[in-house]
Design a protein around this ligand. Structure first.
Ligand SMILES: NC(=O)c1ccc[n+]([C@@H]2O[C@H](COP(=O)([O-])OP(=O)(O)OC[C@H]3O[C@@H](n4cnc5c(N)ncnc54)[C@H](OP(=O)(O)O)[C@@H]3O)[C@@H](O)[C@H]2O)c1
Length: 331
């Protein structure tokens, strides 16, 4: 597998990483642990060196899974995790609001280190910007952890450009992780130009549109209450139906390139900037192989122009998140 550097940091990772969240959280009940351990190890065998988790996923059990699966590969892989929630196992989804107070960050870092079974967290992202805590204080707390050797790189998730700048001035940021794909292009406005200017890598999450951009989620798809997509406006039947226009576009390119839709969606992200590293999530080996196969799909300038002109005529229906969740982003 080819590698990419996350911006001007010296953090080098496989061109495509593996998002591990769905193995334990968000998309239905946790999957069978031994199967997921085998899947994560199969990813390592295939050259994936970048794994994404968070304290909040489970909560906790996804970090435990990733820690156990990657224990034999210490030093050969990069594990990214995230802090910033007040965890309460009795609360909905285990999350009772944000908490990025410096003392809290330092406390929860110890838990992540234990669950991940590492001496240092390779990449530690703030999961969501906490409006109660100045970002300089958050960056300062992570700086302290870096000085203590407990963290190697700092990141932010779903932060606004001005916040990225302020944090970067205190502790250089290696990567920003935010949603980015053909059906959510907001980062192009300010965040990507800021990352480019400051030499920060960008990690698109939900790069397959939470599964939609693979073409495998039809307009009649139903999600039960254990699946987060059941509350997302973009996954109602009406929105799924209206947004099939994007699937038709991806299908036409997929036919031309003789590649599956998932690979076109990922290859499009890879073609945007050489410091972009998507982290598609899957719980299935054949899909993992399909997704990492996207590194071999090269979209030509003509392909990219066709995607641009066709997608500019498509208006995506349905918000990506309900309002109270969207409010936590871009600040
Ligand atoms: N920072 C944040 O706030 C944030 C938010 C969300 C996610 N993330 C991270 O980003 C990672 C990826 O995002 P995501 O899981 O939300 O969305 P995603 O990668 O866009 O899509 C995952 C979904 O697509 C399906 N899928 C994957 N590959 C496929 C293929 N080749 N063909 C058909 N279906 C396929 C998966 O189902 P199967 O499992 O059945 O294959 C799963 O339902 C997460 O694991 C997590 O680590 C971060």
């Amino acid at each position: 597998m080819q590698k990419r550097k996350l911006g001007k940091s010296n953090l080098e990772v496989s061109t495509i990483g593996l998002g591990c969240m769905g193995m334990s959280y968000s998309y239905g009940p946790p999957k069978e642990k031994q199967e997921m351990i085998a899947l994560i190890r199969a990813a390592v065998e295939r050259g994936v060196t970048f794994f994404d988790t968070a304290e909040a996923y489970g909560p906790y059990i996804n970090e435990e899974l990733v820690g156990e699966a990657l224990a034999p590969f210490r030093g050969q892989v990069v594990i990214a995790t995230k802090f910033g929630w007040k965890i309460d196992l009795k609360a909905e989804r285990g999350l009772a609001g944000l908490d990025s107070r410096p003392e809290h960050i330092k406390e929860v870092a110890e838990g992540s280190l234990k669950r991940l079974r590492v001496d240092a967290i390779d990449l530690y992202y703030q999961h969501r910007v906490d409006p109660e805590v100045p970002i300089e204080d958050v960056a300062g707390a992570v700086k302290d952890l870096i000085q203590q050797g407990k963290v190697k790189h700092f990141g932010l998730s779903e932060a606004a450009a001005k916040t990225i700048r302020r944090a970067h001035a205190v502790q250089p940021i290696s990567a920003v992780q935010s949603e980015y794909s053909l059906w959510h292009r907001d980062p192009e406005k300010e965040v990507l130009p800021t990352c480019e200017e400051l030499g920060i890598g960008f990690v698109p999450y939900s790069p397959l549109g939470k599964g939609f951009l693979t073409g495998k989620i039809g307009e009649n798809a139903k999600f039960d209450s254990s699946d987060f997509r059941s509350i997302l406006p973009r996954f109602t039947s009406e929105a799924l139906k209206a947004n099939q226009a994007l699937i038709h576009l991806l299908s036409s390119i997929a036919e031309r390139k003789k590649a599956p839709l998932a690979q076109i969606a990922l290859a499009w992200l890879l073609a945007q900037k050489p410091w972009i590293v998507p982290i598609p999530g899957t719980t299935k080996l054949d899909r993992l192989e399909e997704n990492i196969g996207a590194v071999a799909v090269e979209l030509t300038p003509d392909d990219l122009r066709d995607i641009e002109s066709a997608s500019s005529k498509i208006t995506i229906q349905g918000a990506r998140y309900p309002e109270q969740i969207e409010r936590m982003t871009n600040r």
